[in-house]
Design a protein around this ligand. Structure first.
Ligand SMILES: N=CN[C@@H](CCC(=O)O)C(=O)O
Ligand SMILES: [Zn+2]
Length: 427
């Protein structure tokens, strides 16, 4: 049996305890439930105790010598970070489009001309499953080095049954072989394939009658997502696709109101979707409907940053009572990043959120957005031991020293998977 792990005496231990039932909203998003000089005792991959160091020492004193001690003195300890919205599995990259956009061409214009999502779809269709696994592993390693211990991964660069299945199988294999846990979302309705543009409803029928039943039968996804946007899928088509998913047990998520206000948030609320994501252009009615239905807003500030547009208004959503989560939206077109810490920086500096709120948004609320809050997202007895030790003294330091990776040690299911290793050896 593995030795117990004793995480010793963090300057600040952020537990977020007591929020596993439902996501945090309003003022509660700023209550981190912290412990000063806090320690954690881990055995069998599970958190056995979280308390002040003196209490832990009292309780486990006779076993301290058997345990592996991880020194957290002077540092911040948080739950493992959760990224609830990525397009992790894809082939290639799109630097040429980046150049075009810097010269003024728009993201949607490039997509309408057969580039954008279609360019990555061509590359992904040509790639083998093994190649997708290899390219995605490199991204996952970088996520882990930044403290991400669980992430959601969408399909949507296959756009045909065979290639969507290939993408989802790649995600399933990655989940089995990488320390990061993956949660899969089917997103066959990511774009209408170029050669089907004249008959969009026939493609919608294919998603509904061929792809969704097969993905569900093979248990390759838990969620069903759609890009509801002018020029992509209409709210009516999106509703049909999401309702079809529900009939097969796939819970709805939606890319909503990203480029234009289009009724995506309202649709999410009417379907009791788990989350509505992006929301840069969400309407007041959409916000009110989401708050009422308890739909989580997954905000993706990397996309606004990279597409050089205004960000979603995190402050307005929180003040309206909508639970907010943050994510990288890692994808090759609108947010080629694995830096959840940069998203937190942008949350504070561009979206009106506080350091405490952004931490809630990448831990317990993010866990709720992928229906994993029963086992991750907070540090509580009985939960999976996913934790990060950060090289700052308190949670504000993560945002104040922006643009740096402060990750010191990462523990996944009770195993140290990133060590305080990558340090410079001064002569
Ligand atoms: N908006 C749609 N999908 C992705 C971008 C995908 C791509 O450009 O490859 C997003 O969430 O931003
Ligand atoms: Zn996305």
């Amino acid at each position: 049996m593995d030795r117990p792990i004793y995480i010793r005496e963090a300057a600040e231990l952020v537990t977020l305890a007591g929020s596993s039932e439902r996501p945090l909203t309003g003022a509660k998003m700023g209550e981190l439930n912290t412990i000063e000089d806090g320690s954690v005792w881990i055995e069998d991959g599970i958190i056995q105790a979280v308390d002040r160091d003196a209490v832990i020492r009292e309780k486990y004193g006779s076993r301290l010598e058997d345990a592996r001690e991880v020194d957290a003195r002077g540092r911040l300890v948080t739950p493992g970070l959760v990224d609830p919205h990525t397009h992790l599995v894809f082939a290639g990259s799109r630097e040429a489009e980046f150049d075009m956009r810097l010269k003024g061409r728009s993201y949607m214009d490039i997509m309408a001309a057969g580039g954008g999502i279609h360019a990555t779809t061509r590359a992904t269709q040509h790639a083998s499953k093994e190649q997708l696994i290899e390219e995605s592993t490199r991204r996952l390693d970088r996520f882990l080095l930044q403290g991400v211990t669980t992430l959601e991964a969408k399909s949507g660069y296959g756009l045909s049954l065979m290639h969507e299945l290939k993408q989802l199988e790649a995600a399933q294999e990655l989940d089995g072989q990488h320390p990061i846990d993956l949660v899969s979302t089917f997103m066959g309705a990511h774009a209408i394939p170029v050669d089907r543009r004249e008959q969009p409803d026939r493609f919608v029928d294919e998603v509904i009658h061929e792809m969704i039943p097969e993905v569900a039968r093979r248990k390759l996804a838990e969620f069903n997502d759609v890009f509801c946007e002018k020029g992509v899928f209409t709210p009516e088509q999106s509703r049909r696709i999401l309702e079809a998913g529900l009939e097969h047990g796939l819970l709805p998520k939606i890319h909503a109101d990203e480029i234009e206000p289009y009724g995506g948030a309202e649709l999410a609320a009417s379907l009791n979707a788990v989350s509505a994501d992006h929301l840069l252009k969400v309407s007041d009615e959409g916000i009110a409907a989401m708050a009422e239905a308890g739909v989580i807003a997954v905000l993706l500030p990397g996309t606004a940053f990279f597409l050089m547009t205004d960000t979603a208004d995190g402050r307005r959503l929180i003040d309206a009572g909508v639970p907010v989560a943050l994510s990288t939206d890692c994808n090759p077109g609108s947010s080629p990043t694995v830096s959840l810490s940069l998203m937190m920086n942008l949350g504070c500096l561009r979206m009106g959120m506080t350091p405490a709120e952004v931490l809630t948004a990448v831990t317990i609320n993010a866990a709720h957005a992928i229906r994993r809050a029963d086992r991750i997202g907070s540090l509580e007895v009985g939960k999976q031991a996913d934790l990060v030790i950060h090289d700052v003294a308190d949670h504000r330091g993560l945002q104040y020293h922006f643009g740096s990776n402060h990750t010191h040690t990462v523990i996944k299911k009770g195993t140290v998977v990133v060590e305080a290793g990558s340090r410079i050896h001064h002569p």
